[in-house]
Design a protein around this ligand. Structure first.
Ligand SMILES: NC(=O)c1ccc[n+]([C@@H]2O[C@H](COP(=O)([O-])OP(=O)(O)OC[C@H]3O[C@@H](n4cnc5c(N)ncnc54)[C@H](OP(=O)(O)O)[C@@H]3O)[C@@H](O)[C@H]2O)c1
Length: 322
């Protein structure tokens, strides 16, 4: 086996903590260092998760003992720091959504090409065996012609002061925070880009969409709806209906490893579980890509998703930061 990747984490927020905790469960990588704007946060994070605490993001991306950088910053900071990290010779796993817009994401991939570094969007749910199986079954025709897809991702929690999800300049909002998953899964199952889209959103007083609903049309055969939100009750379900059957999955995003397939009135539970925690799976998929395997989220997949998110925000009257 190749040497375990030496990870550096940029930012010490919520998802950084989950990624760091799961890294302990894979032999394919370990936490070398974490960079925070403040030394105290970096030290506290290191005390909890291991590795060194580094003050300042520049110091982290230039750390000679780091091979790969995980960008867990607010959306508006993804492009700048991913590009800087690649220019410093690091491979980059960048949180979703990749950037504020498709144009910005394209600049990031241009930098990846220029520097020869790897850049992958951290759609962690796509590394789950159950989701891989779901996508291949739908694409291989288990449901016949797919006609309707309904995908949902909403949650509710207190609006915290300084929460970048409620910051327009950081490309916050429900469409970017969680709608991006519904769009990504739908496009992945279809293996195609939508031919038409429509979207409506509710604007929160802080200037971002807090909940939204949209439609993606794929030619004249398939219609997909999605709902997403940050101030509404949890709904993480996705349903896919074709002329030969229906699949229902209750949680494709964090995954309990199961979904149901209904055909001819018979309900079959399909299981594809794993003992490896989600972000460890993602770190392993990243290590495989560093070793030459195809990334689980390709450049075209990310750019396609970003283009749809641009379009949906425009249709819903949600500003797309320049
Ligand atoms: N894949 C997943 O499962 C998943 C889940 C949740 C979120 N995400 C994505 O991960 C990213 C971070 O989300 P999060 O929930 O972890 O956010 P968070 O808890 O707010 O953490 C973000 C971190 O970024 C740093 N930061 C730098 N400038 C900041 C600013 N102006 N405002 C706020 N934080 C700033 C801070 O770290 P320091 O103080 O240490 O510098 C902060 O702790 C987002 O892109 C989000 O979409 C992914």
């Amino acid at each position: 086996m190749t040497q375990p990747l030496r990870w550096g984490i940029l930012g010490t927020g919520m998802i950084a903590g989950k990624f760091a905790a799961d890294l302990r469960h894979t032999p394919r990588g370990h936490l070398a260092a974490s960079g925070s704007r403040r030394q105290e946060s970096a030290d506290a994070f290191a005390a909890q998760h291991g590795g060194r605490g580094v003050a300042g993001y520049e110091a982290l991306i230039n750390d000679p003992e780091v091979d790969a950088v995980y960008i867990s910053l607010p959306n508006g900071l993804h492009a700048d720091w991913s590009i800087k990290a690649m220019e410093a010779g690091k491979d980059v796993l960048c949180e979703k959504p990749m950037a504020r817009s498709a144009a910005e994401a394209k600049l990031m991939f241009d930098a990846a090409e220029r520097t020869g570094q790897l850049l992958i969007e951290a759609f962690m749910y796509r590394t789950l065996p159950s989701v891989r199986k779901l996508i291949s079954m739908v694409r291989d025709g288990a449901l016949g012609q797919v006609k309707l897809i309904r995908s949902n991702f909403s949650f509710t929690r207190d609006v915290l002061e300084g929460d970048a999800r409620y910051e327009p300049s950081q490309a916050g909002g429900g469409l970017m925070d969680v709608g991006c998953y519904c769009v990504n899964l739908t496009r992945a199952m279809m293996g195609a880009e939508p031919t038409d889209t429509a979207c409506f959103a509710h604007l929160h007083e802080r200037g971002v969409d807090d909940y939204a609903a949209g439609v993606l049309r794929f030619g004249d055969k398939t219609l997909a709806t999605f709902t997403c939100g940050m101030t509404v009750a949890n709904d993480w379900t996705t349903y896919i209906a074709g002329d030969d059957g229906e699949i229902a999955i209750h949680d494709p995003w964090l995954g309990d490893g199961t979904f149901t397939l209904t055909r001819d009135g018979q309900v079959e539970t399909i299981e594809a579980k794993t003992d490896t925690p989600l972000y460890a799976l993602e770190a392993e998929a990243f290590a495989e890509a560093v070793g030459g395997a195809a990334p689980w989220i390709s450049r075209d997949d990310t750019l396609g998703n970003m283009r749809v998110l641009d379009q949906l925000r425009e249709q819903a009257g949600v500003p797309v930061p320049a």
